[in-house]
Design a binder for this molecule. Sequence first.
Ligand code: AMP
Ligand code: MG
Length: 352
Amino acid sequence: MRPERAARALVAGLAVGVATACAPDDETSHSRFLAFGTLVEVDVYGTDEKTAARAAADIEACFHVLHDAWHPWAEGELGRINRAIAAGEPAPIGEDLAGLLAEASRLSRDSGGLFDPTLGRLVALWGFADDEQSPVAPPAGARIRALLDAGTGPDRLRVDGRTISSTSRAIAVDLGGFAKGVAVDRAIERLRRLGVTNAIVNAGGDLRVIGRHGDRPWRIGIRHPRRPGIMAELEVDDGESVFTSGDYERHFVYRGRRYHHILDPRTGEPAANAVSVTVLGDDAARADAAATALFVAGAGAWRAVAGGLGVEHVMLVAPDGRIEMSTPMAGRLRLTRPPAGGEPRIELEAAT
Ligand code: AMP
Ligand code: MG
């Protein structure tokens, strides 16, 4: 990562860090590092300094290895696979990545294809694969259509033992919609193995917790999609995770219109019917994939997709500032600053 980008990521991460309501205190060991292009914070409560520092160092090393292996275009394992697919050749795939791809394929199927881990070529066409530079204009419609016509989706991939091949040269594997979730799950797993019983792993506002913060649950904030600070607070119980997909993350403005990094696989364009989606769930990988898929589904349509993915706690902010929430989420979350201003316009599901 270039220094200026690292600095930007740190500033962005700190802004999100404000969203974590639990400030470090004497009994909390706080570590932070940059990984997956964002600031990762590991807070461990009530464990000795040495164990907490070892756990954080362990997690940092692990995140860097995973980032290199799972980056769609770098020199690592997935980058090599994507170059082989583009050349129409098979490539070796390790057990870990093959397992991850199988999990991504299941989530894709459960989401009716809205979570699509094979959009790498479209993401690159839009300019969002470049870690160094932001795009300045949308690509030509004909180029989007050409990639869509060639077809996307995990069904085009074949994993045979330790070899992967694709029936289409026009796709590339991009696990960006759930890799952070998988990494956070693994971090929590590591903390548990080290005997840590109270901790939070927060990767740029996406997080999972274990245990509690002393005599109360971990309390977190959900970032306001349009202003600095938070829009809602939430208490998170042992093992739970909270993931948000937003149009404010990677985006550019062209002729007054916002274009962002979450693409609708049906159109090849940024999904237009949400501003942010927050999912609370038991595992971070599913919550991460679900936040992306429900963002693509958009206002109104997310409810059916949430059912397919088995997620019950959802909040969606619509482009007009309206908030749609599942009833279980409304029972957990406290709005502090609704995006529409004034009285929040909250729509729960119709009573059945
Ligand atoms: P997230 O912030 O978790 O919603 O992930 C967004 C990232 O996932 C993008 O930067 C792309 O790399 C990738 N992506 C974009 N659209 C999709 C999609 N429909 N399904 C799965 N991954 C996607
Ligand atoms: Mg996601």
